[in-house]
Write a protein that binds this ligand. Structure first.
Ligand code: SAM
Length: 278
């Protein structure tokens, strides 16, 4: 039997420049019975700009559960709904996943109206490898979990993409450097806006850069973690003696070299110490 219910449209909207909206998105936003928006006041600016007068309701992380069920009823009654977020693609570090999942469960048609997404726009202009990438969105607010996430990033063999607020970016960079070393990164800010900028270099340089110019605006952080992976495993083909010499020739004391070798290999310090004292 043909599906006579409404369709849920996941509509991407601009991430700064109001011109970045597709003709199809404008048509769908005019034609649907209802627009569900993360912040109705914010989205009204876009809708007014394009003279779209469709009825609008809020759909944000605090009412996502209840609103999803209300919207499912609307869709089942045959009315189509467009979901938009404040910027970019719904479902990408924004509400969206919950309702899509429920629509699939209920046999309701879902379709995307693609457009801007800060992660993808940043990746393609960052100069970093675009062939493989891993998206982490915003890092966890929990300190322990944040550390675990960064450690996990170090095992990826692809460009890592993160969203970060200007208030936290310096602390995040310092933590990444502590865990993954002084890797190459790109910071892309204010995409599609007047102050759009791509900065690339290693984390030490980024920290110096921010000491002179405080972070302002919206940022996407991209990490070349392949380096970290290789750095982490640099000792893989070395014997214990070669590994020890690696540090000693750099002027590291014997005591510290033992500690570093043990840390790299995840061995008890005493075991490494005893090996070299035998
Ligand atoms: N759904 C959005 C998307 O598709 O990109 C992301 C929404 S998330 C709540 C907001 C974060 O995305 C910002 O904190 C920033 O990290 C990134 N972002 C959004 N717009 C941006 C822009 N114009 N320039 C740089 N980063 C942006």
């Amino acid at each position: 039997m043909e599906n006579t219910g409404g369709i849920l449209y996941i509509v991407s909207t601009p991430i700064g420049n109001l011109e970045d909206i597709s003709l199809r998105a404008l048509r769908i936003l005019k034609e649907v019975g209802l627009i569900a928006a993360e912040d109705t006041r914010h989205s009204k600016k876009l809708l007014n700009h394009y003279e779209i007068n469709t009825k609008i309701v809020s759909y944000h992380q605090h009412n996502e559960r209840d609103r999803t069920e209300e919207l499912i009823k609307v869709l089942k009654n045959g009315e189509s709904v467009a979901l938009i977020s404040d910027a970019g693609t719904p479902g990408i570090s924004d509400p969206g996943h919950e309702i899509v999942k429920r629509c699939i469960e209920e046999g309701i048609d879902v379709t995307g109206v693609p457009g801007p997404c800060a992660a993808i726009d940043a990746l393609v202009i960052s100069g970093l490898d675009t062939s493989k990438f891993t998206f982490y969105g915003f890092l966890s607010k929990d300190k322990k979990e944040r550390k675990r996430q960064i450690e996990e990033m170090g095992t990826q063999r692809s460009t890592v993409i993160l969203y970060e607020s200007p208030h936290r970016i310096e602390k995040t960079l310092a933590l990444i450097k502590e865990i993954l070393g002084d890797i190459n990164i790109a910071m892309v800010k204010e995409l599609t806006k007047i102050h759009e900028k791509v900065w690339s270099g290693n984390i030490s340089r980024a920290i110096i850069y921010f000491a002179e110019e405080k972070p302002r605006g919206e940022y996407v952080l991209l990490l070349e973690v392949k380096d970290a992976f290789e750095q982490k495993e640099f000792w893989a083909g070395m014997t214990l003696d070669m590994h020890m010499d690696y540090y000693l020739v750099q002027g590291t004391s014997k005591k510290d070299a033992v500690k570093l070798v043990a840390k790299d290999r995840g061995l008890p310090k005493r075991e490494v110490y005893e090996y070299f004292m035998k």
